[in-house]
Design a protein around this ligand. Structure first.
Ligand code: ASP
Length: 346
């Protein structure tokens, strides 16, 4: 029987970093060299793998939509040659890249699994080995037509994942959606949670540079501050509000700013600052006023998914009304509509 084949791309991140005088930093060639000496990759149950290191491995704090496109194109170019893809990535912005790729890789039929580690592969007590071996094994052997993130025994849907711990090995969570799989003595795949495979060939949507920003509310925020931000020619804003989607609406001037912006076609999507739960602006007056100002419901979208989904929809060249409608529809399993809620109609 032919061995399965997995493509491993090292984009940067702690997993392949070397300690230096100014802290950990990625060094070209270091990870590929370390992996070539790993006995696990020669074991019978492991797939054949090719490791490709990007020319300039990055600390993921330096990632941008340009690098997301490089990764997506890299997968597309090798799509027919491999059963699955593992993207080694820094943990800091891994949830953003996973979310972005979930939208950019249209009609994905094969597993794309991002992983990394908290301690470099070559250091004592590293968590890299387990994350890497499991990610490669899952990518080779399971039909998961999704962009996922594997960390510390859990396989998460990429666009549901968040970095939740800057220090611990359980660095990621998926606060509003169960893991797609857990890895212990046995590998348990939650088959019923997986997305359906596509019936079209893979294509990649490049993300353009729409003018999109994140606005986090805080006690004391002023209408002037919000007004200045919204006057920057923005097309879309991810609003991070309180609780179920509430804002300090006593200030009429602030509501006017928002209303003027949405009337002019700006897409303002309401997400919650809470780790768990969803936005439901019907619950409180402080939410209803936002709805009246034309702010749309982000349901249980993570901020990472909301932002990258806005990038994606604007890059498709859609009109704001269409974008508003699609922000309220699950495109890649990124949101759950609460019972009795209908998708936003623009
Ligand atoms: N700063 C690193 C990065 O995101 C952290 C890590 O990889 O864990 O690239």
């Amino acid at each position: 029987m032919n061995k399965k084949r997995v493509y491993i791309a090292y984009t940067g991140g702690t997993i392949g970093m070397k300690p230096g005088q100014d802290g950990y930093r990625p060094v070209a060639g270091f990870l590929a060299d370390a992996l070539s000496r790993y006995p696990e990759f020669r074991m019978a149950d492991m797939p054949e793998s090719e490791i490709h290191e990007y020319e300039e491995p990055l600390d993921s704090a330096n990632m941008s939509p340009e690098e997301w496109f490089v990764i997506a194109e890299d997968i597309r170019a090798r799509y027919d040659d491999y059963d699955g893809f593992v993207i080694l990535h820094g943990t800091d912005t891994m949830a953003y890249t996973a979310s972005a790729l979930s939208f950019m890789l249209q009609d994905l039929a094969k597993p794309v699994i991002l992983t990394g580690s908290q301690i470099p592969l070559t250091q004592l007590r590293s968590d890299a080995r387990d994350n890497l071996i499991n990610a490669v094994y899952l990518a080779a052997n399971y039909a998961i037509p999704e962009v996922c993130l594997f960390f510390h025994d859990h396989l998460y849907r990429g666009n549901r994942s968040r970095k939740v711990d800057s220090n611990g090995f359980a660095a990621f969570g998926s606060p509003n959606f169960p893991p797609l799989a857990t890895v212990g003595n046995q590998i348990r795949i939650r088959q019923h949670l997986l997305l359906d495979g596509p019936n079209q060939p893979l294509s990649v949507q490049k993300l353009l540079s729409p003018q999109v920003a994140v606005l986090t509310l805080f006690p004391g925020i002023s209408a002037e501050f919000i007004g200045r931000l919204l006057a920057q020619g923005l097309q879309g804003v991810v609003l991070q509000s309180y609780g179920m989607g509430n804002a300090p609406v006593r200030d009429e001037a602030m509501l006017n700013c928002l209303r003027q912006a949405t009337d002019a076609g700006m897409v303002i999507i309401n997400t919650t600052q809470c780790l768990h739960g969803n936005v439901d602006m019907r619950q409180y007056q402080t939410g209803q006023k936002l709805m009246e100002a034309g702010v749309i419901n982000g349901f249980d979208l993570t901020p990472e998914a909301a932002l990258t989904k806005l990038f994606y929809l604007f890059s498709l060249g859609l009109a704001p009304a269409d974008i508003k409608t699609r922000m309220g529809i699950s495109l890649r399993g990124e949101l759950t509509l609460p019972a009795g809620t209908r998708a936003t109609k623009a």
